[in-house]
Each structure stands twice: as structure tokens, then as C-alpha cells.
Design a protein around this ligand. Sequence first.
Ligand code: DON
Length: 309
Amino acid sequence: MPCRHESELIQLVEEAKKVTGEGKIADYIPALGKADPDDLSVAIYHIDNTCMAAGDIEKKFTLQSISKVLSLALVLIDHGEEYVFDKVGMEPTGDPFNSIVKLELLNPSKPLNPMINAGALAVTNMIKGQNSEEKVSRLLSFIRDLANSPNVAVCEETARSEFETAWLNRSMCYFLKQHSIIEGDVEELMDVYTKQCSIEMHSLDLAKIGAVLAMDGLHPETGRQLIPKDIARLCKTFMVTCGMYNASGEFAIKIGIPAKSGVSGGIIGLVPNGFGIGIFGPSLNNKGNSIAGIKLLELLSKKYSLSIF
Ligand code: DON
């Protein structure tokens, strides 16, 4: 793995931290507003099971939109590609992650991809289970296996905070229900979705999940094939084309690795057959991506020629 010396990584984190002041914490989910804007931490988990870290990696953060890659993997495992892509498309969008506009403009009214909120809500609607508890527990147990950590759990405070304020996501659900993209009770779906987004972990857990994707679904620690290879490939492709929302093109050019961000300031990244990266830096840029996290990935990619292109 490229970053052998911890001091090099610490130096890069210090350098990247300089831009935290130019960003802003997401506070449309009130619980996220409590984060410290100056935070920046990173863990790098190599597929040979060695790890590098810098910053305060003891701090936990919620996955938010990073969870969209994992819920997608789970429903693809459960239902197969045909079923899933009948309801959600495969195309990137230039619109923000929470935009509703294309749903009405497109015919059929199908979310463009599973990484924007509309598509992710449709995906979460496909998680198997008799009720919301079963669905959340199924997803949680899948994510615990990916992180190989039984401590990964839902942050109930963040889930409640989003549940009580997610009016735009609710509107999208009703629109999608009208157009038969989702079925069932919208409040139950919102319960599952807000808990999914509030799954909380450390950067090292996230880096390990990145390492699983770097190994095409095989867990480097447990040796279990947790995601079939073709599904892992599909998830990584979505990460490249849509993972950083309407900044995915610039990210592919400047950094060039599969990655997915969340409004909590988390970013998962990976270098195929190399390592997984877990970043937490809650100050966000105007596209909703961690401003210092992106800076750090830029520095890492440049220094170690990480781009897959
Ligand atoms: O649905 C929402 O708005 C959040 N739970 C997740 C959004 C998110 O993380 C977008 N990320 N950049």
C-alpha cells in the first residue's frame, strides 16, 4: 500500500484540513448540525489486512448517502438486476441529490439512478422484511458483515431528527408511489430509510467496507464472499458515475477512484485490488461533499497516482 508511513498521512490530513473553513456543516438534518466543522480523519485498510490512520478516528459518524451503495448491493443480491433496474435507472444526473424535478419531466417517471435520493428511496423500498424492523435489521446485519464489526448500529437520535424533518423525501415517496415505483406505506419506508442513513461507524469500519469492494466483494479479513463479483462491479461503476452526485465528473477527473459521499461528511473510496479508504470531515462544499475529504483524496491521488483511468 502506498501510504506506509503514518507521518506522511498525518501531513496530508493537516494540509487538507486547511480548507475546512471554506465549507459548511449540513444542518437540514438538525442532529448533523452538532458536528465539529474542523474535524478530518482518515483510515486506509489494505487488502493484506494492514491499516493506516490519521486524525481522530475514534469519532463515529452516520453513513447518510454512503448507505445507498450498500442497500443497492443488498437488493441486487435479493432480487437481481432486472427487477431492480425496472424501477431505477443507471444514468448520472447534473441535478443535486435531493432534486425532485426530473421525476416529473421524465417518462416513465423513474429515478435516474440509485445514488440520488429518489432512486435510493426506491431501492430501500425493495429491502426484504415483514416490517420496518426486519428490513433495518437485515440491512444492518449485512453492513456489520461488510465492516466485520458487530458494533455498527443505528444512531437513533439522527434517525429521529431526519424522520421528523424529511418533508422533501416524503414528497418524493408519494410521487413515486403514484407512479408505481414504490409500494406500501410511505411512513414505514421513511422509517427504514432514515435509519439506514443513520447507521453509524468509525472511519476504519468504512475503510474495511471499501476494501471488500476493492476485492470484488470478498472480505479480506474473513475470506467470505459477501457480495457477488458482478454486483460489486456494478456498485463500483455507480460510485464512479454517480457517487459524488453532480460533482462526479470532476471527481473522476481529479481523483479517479470509485467513491461515495454522505452529508455527514463521510466518504468511502477504494483502489481496486489495493485498499479501502474511510474519511470523515463534516464541513461540506456546495455539492454536499466533504470539502477537506475531497482535498485529502486529491492529495493522495496525486501523490500516489491512484487514478484508475
Ligand atoms: O436523504 C437525505 O437527505 C440524507 N439522509 C442523505 C443525503 C446525503 O447524504 C447526500 N449526500 N451528499
